[in-house]
Write a protein that binds this ligand. Sequence first.
Ligand SMILES: [Ca+2]
Ligand SMILES: [Ca+2]
Length: 198
Amino acid sequence: MRRRWMAAGAALVVLGTLAVGPPASAAPPPEQHCVVDVATEEMNCYDSFRKAMAAASGGRITDAPDDARAAAVDPAFRRLLSGGGRKLDGVGAAQQGFVAQADIVIGTMYEDDNYAGSTLTYRAPSGCTVPTTDVDWVVELITPDSWNDEIGSFLAGGGGCWVSLFEHRSWLGASTPFASMDDELGVLDDAASSIRWS
Ligand SMILES: [Ca+2]
Ligand SMILES: [Ca+2]
């Protein structure tokens, strides 16, 4: 009995220690870089953009800039992305590069405009067909909830995919035209709730 009482006392001490820690608001939350499989909706998060890119590309892109904004504005990285992670030159070679590969990085959503803040990267089992009159991949409602009405900019381009964002779930409301990247979303800033890729 005595041993059991002492164990309970120890637990109370631990709880007391937690309660007097520094306030949670002392530092801004660290940036998170998450990867969602658009087909299975499985999500994994990382503490760096480079790790997220490695996971999203099936290990092919291991040297992405650690700074997510630097990646978006780097033409060499964008070429690497559109080639499915193979270092190819020229649009024709890049177009061939992603065909028949798995784990295509079809788009990275940024929390803030101008490619700043945390990121949410979508991975797909295949890329997109060239015409944007069809729909190749979709997200009917952006999850997790912390990302709904939160996107400020995006970089698409992987697997030949372009992105269109919609104000409401199920591709309703205002939308952005299909684009390979956009640093400022206008009326859709912090408003997007669903996504189409083509
Ligand atoms: Ca919305
Ligand atoms: Ca298409």
